[in-house]
Write a protein that binds this ligand. Sequence first.
Ligand code: SF4
Length: 355
Amino acid sequence: MPNPSALLDPKLIYLEPSVLGYERGREILARFPDAERVEVKSHTRIPQLYGDSASAEDWLRLKREVLVLGVKKGLQMRPNGRSADFIAPSSSNGCAMACSYCYVPRRKGYANPISLFVNVEQVAAAIRKHAEATGPKAEPNQVDPHAWVYDLGENGDLSVDALVSDNVRDLVTAFRGIPHSKGSFATKFVNRDLLDYDPQGRTRVRFSLMPAEMAKVVDVRTSPMGERIRAINDFVEAGYEVHVNFSPVVVHEGWQVEWRRLFREIDDVLTPAAKAQIKCEVIMLTHNERLHDLNMSWHPKAENFLWRPDLQEDKVSQNGMTNVRYRHGWKRQWLDQLLGWIGEAMPYCGVRYAF
Ligand code: SF4
């Protein structure tokens, strides 16, 4: 296991009392014997972390030094249709990384350290039951031609979670035997422990990529871009299906040159085996005024790129929040340009969806 201390060094663990009744809970606690333990009624109600009192200046320390352990209550699947067919119940929530545009904490508050759920066996059992009841996929769709795909990491980054628990190993193992299905998660962190999980083609890892110049500004605490690109080959060799998310696409002066260089770099690095199976998603940046205001207090440099009222317009999202996105006509034009460059540099790379 890599030394997690650069990203995660838990000194304080909030836990629901029932966590002690689960082997996974006891295992995680045993890994951090010196951490202070504080019992909480619910992993969702820790005002020190999730309210306004979690000051922006303190976010990065909280992400590194705090872990939350809880039990996942709702075990329902939700339909998706974009990155996956279904969103599976989470095995975690929150993230030790700190991308400036991250939408994960919008509801919870912004410190948002990792909460791990210790009943991963129940999560895997719920997915299995759903897959068995759903039956085989009759028609191919853009998500996958054959398998039903379950997103496992909607609320965080599983590669980082795997630094501190075996939840991800258990899910990857479970998908080897869940009929006509695949697990899938997006990641910005290269955790080479995952190379030993033996996924047998039943887990899709989606490495999120953007030009390195922009990632250095907005992808705070993530793995360097070159490392993510090189990891694709190793993950394919280890038995994962590996796709890429070109996301978010941040438009600024000079963005075209940077993206074209990125596509050429990927083409240079990938092995024939990786190229033969790769597909991508392309997602243009959306941002949010509240997040912009918060970011101004800890990382204003990123906002020079993310907050561009001269290029953006308001949009009410599916969940009713008001976000900003690139103005409609320009966005379509820029998306078409990007798709053209992908086609030129990586003609083997199908685009699963772009918006
Ligand atoms: S890696 Fe993903 S979940 Fe973590 S901060 Fe970045 S965007 Fe958010």
